[in-house]
Design a protein around this ligand. Structure first.
Ligand SMILES: NC(=O)c1ccc[n+]([C@@H]2O[C@H](COP(=O)([O-])OP(=O)(O)OC[C@H]3O[C@@H](n4cnc5c(N)ncnc54)[C@H](O)[C@@H]3O)[C@@H](O)[C@H]2O)c1
Length: 337
């Protein structure tokens, strides 16, 4: 089988390529990635000589290139996106371009080349925000209510994907997943930012009161969920994917990291809140459990410890990323903390 993976040099995409080639060594993967600030071929160093993986540097908005790389592809797994909410607040237009227009260009290419499956990776953020005391959870029937330019652009891309199913009969599936963590995550995101700041002896910025609740899933579990959807998911369906954490706030997550790394709360620095900060996401993943047998295998606390260990052992990987572009972004975002 021949797969086109978009955004395969990013966090989840690179984990997915490792996962897929390990479990399906006979398959061939074309990895189309623009190598934005978040794309990093170091993530794929271990498989750089694998003849079954070809890297193509390019933009998913480039219709001509997309048409070329789509030739002979059976399955598209579409990860490529601008993915950081904070950056979407500062510069929304690139989110619209990549996440909406780029997705439409890929859909057009997939339709023309008659791919057997177009799987779109999306987020639980499209469903909006819950109150802290709200015990309900998002599921596949929850109406969309995105509240940041990032989540609005992902919502737009989800709608386009479904429109290609209903209008043109393109065989699509979508997964809406909660927050991922694990190796190769760019250090702007909460968990790697906290771990690497501690390793550098810096404070950890916490937005507002820190009581922002997310659901957390170890990235390999997300890869397995995608695998199950590709093999047994129903065409035209959406699957919500989530982890095993219950009502855990950002402050709880950071406190756990402090404990793992033997630090105390002096390392915390409460900073001005993110604009429009969504209070809570919670996801009900019973559909993928019942229909496809998905259950996360990675316990949060243990795999958070493993993730800390990974960042401790891969200092050269993240230290390089924290220079240049990142350091300018960090200064601007956190007022020179
Ligand atoms: N990280 C999470 O917790 C999470 C949770 C749910 C869903 N998602 C979704 O999963 C996908 C991957 O997220 P991630 O965290 O790995 O993101 P990431 O930012 O780490 O990686 C994104 C990748 O896409 C590439 N890219 C960006 N613009 C491109 C373009 N125009 N053309 C080609 N490549 C381009 C980047 O170079 C990078 O390699 C995204 O669609 C995101 O919305 C992420």
């Amino acid at each position: 089988m021949k797969l086109l993976v978009t955004g395969g040099a990013g966090f989840i995409g690179s984990n997915f390529i490792h996962y897929w080639l390990k479990n399906n060594p006979q398959d061939f993967i074309v990895n189309l990635d623009k190598l934005t600030y978040a794309g990093n071929l170091e993530n794929l160093k271990k498989i750089k000589d694998n003849p079954n993986c070809r890297f193509v540097k390019g933009d998913i908005c480039d219709g001509k290139l997309v048409d070329e790389v789509m030739d002979g592809i059976d399955i598209v797994v579409h990860f490529a996106a601008e993915s950081h909410v904070d950056r979407s607040i500062k510069s929304p237009s690139i989110f619209i371009k990549t996440n909406i227009i780029g997705t439409q260009v890929l859909l057009e290419g997939a339709l023309k080349r008659k791919v057997k499956r177009f799987h779109h990776i999306s987020t639980d953020e499209v469903f909006g925000s819950l109150n802290l005391d709200d015990l309900s959870k998002f599921d596949e029937r929850t109406p969309y209510n995105p509240r940041s330019p990032y989540s609005a652009s992902k919502a737009g891309s989800d709608h386009l994907v479904m429109s290609y199913f209903y209008t043109y009969g393109l065989p699509v599936t979508i997964s809406n997943c909660s927050n991922n963590f694990g190796p190769f995550q760019y250090p702007e995101k909460l968990i790697p930012l906290a771990i690497t700041n501690i390793l550098e002896g810096k404070t950890i910025p916490i937005y507002g009161d820190g009581l922002y609740v997310r659901d957390w899933l170890y990235v390999e579990d997300h890869c397995r969920a995608i695998d199950l959807i590709l093999s047994s998911g129903k065409i035209g369906e959406t699957y919500c994917v989530g982890g095993l954490t219950e009502d855990i706030s950002n402050l709880d997550v950071i406190t756990k990291i402090l404990e793992i790394m033997g630090k105390n709360k002096d390392c915390l620095e409460f900073v001005k809140d993110r604009m429009g900060h969504d209070r809570k996401y919670a996801i009900n993943w019973s559909k993928i459990k019942q229909e496809l047998g998905f259950i996360p295998e990675h316990d949060f606390t243990h795999w958070l410890e493993q993730t800390v260990k990974w960042y401790e052992e891969n200092e050269t990987w993240w230290k390089r990323l924290k220079q240049d572009e990142f350091s300018n972004y960090y200064k601007e975002q956190y007022n020179d903390l």
